[in-house]
Write a protein that binds this ligand. Structure first.
Ligand code: HPA
Length: 240
């Protein structure tokens, strides 16, 4: 049965959903890695596709879904909750972009976010009196890192912010000092919603801009290549 934000039937989603923020990117990803992708929902233009993975190897032909999350924690929280509760989804892998914070990461690098700090209050009320730990699913994170093989991948914490255009004085320096790799806007909520439902969440990010190292840029080709690197890791996590 359809939910308020997903116009699909229960069997329409695969057990694993790859989740970029941008619906157009979801559509491009589906065209790239799914055989005969079927549009299963597009409420508010948030497109979701299901098909069979077209890559070579042991996972060829397995069902896989790709659906956009929109931007920000409330948005991903709505879609993740409805997918976990009503559509039999077990795993959601966010495949997104993030802004570099640590000087160790550069534009184009891929980050596996095993934990997500947040400025949001969305996880604050989950366990009364407790600072909730928003962590990724270990099995999926390990599979993603293993799939990187000899290619460099950064594994560590990100911060999930509510504001894109806002900075708290001193915050950036403290983030660098605490080894935070990158900033984005969804992971902490995804990890919280996954924990709430006994399901699995993971965020894999391509660094698209950098907050502390200026003057870097990527060509369109590099951007697409590096994005596809992240996509390969996400597929490995989906089938882990
Ligand atoms: N801030 C928040 N989210 C982001 C950024 C950023 O700088 N870059 C990509 N996603």
């Amino acid at each position: 049965m359809a939910t308020p934000h997903i116009a699909a039937e229960p069997g329409d989603f695969a057990p694993a959903v790859l989740m970029p923020g941008d619906p157009k990117r979801a559509e491009r990803m589906a065209g790239l890695i799914l055989d005969q992708p079927r549009l299963v929902t597009d409420v508010r233009g948030i497109m979701g596709f299901t098909g069979h993975y077209n890559g070579i190897g042991e996972h060829h032909g397995k069902p896989l879904s790709i659906m956009a999350s929109g931007m920000g924690m409330p948005s991903i929280g709505i879609y993740a909750t409805e997918l976990f509760r009503e559509f039999g989804v077990e795993r959601i892998i966010r495949v997104g972009t993030a802004g570099g914070i640590s000087p160790a990461v550069s534009i184009g690098d891929v980050v596996v976010g095993i934990g997500a700090h947040t400025t949001s209050s969305m996880n604050e009320l989950r366990i009364p009196g407790t600072h909730f730990s928003a962590v990724a699913d270990f099995t999926m994170a390990a599979a993603a890192v293993q799939a990187a093989g000899p290619n460099p991948v950064f594994v560590g914490t990100v911060i999930s912010e509510d504001h894109f255009y806002f900075s708290i004085p001193g915050q950036l320096d403290a983030m660098v000092a605490h080894g935070v790799l990158a900033v984005e806007m969804e992971a902490a909520c995804l990890y919280g919603v996954a924990a709430e439902h006994g399901k699995a969440g993971l965020g894999i990010f391509t660094i698209s801009d950098h907050l502390t190292k200026k003057g870097q840029d990527m060509t369109a080709l590099e951007r697409e290549t590096r994005f596809q690197d992240a996509l390969g890791l996400a597929v490995a996590a989906a089938f882990a």
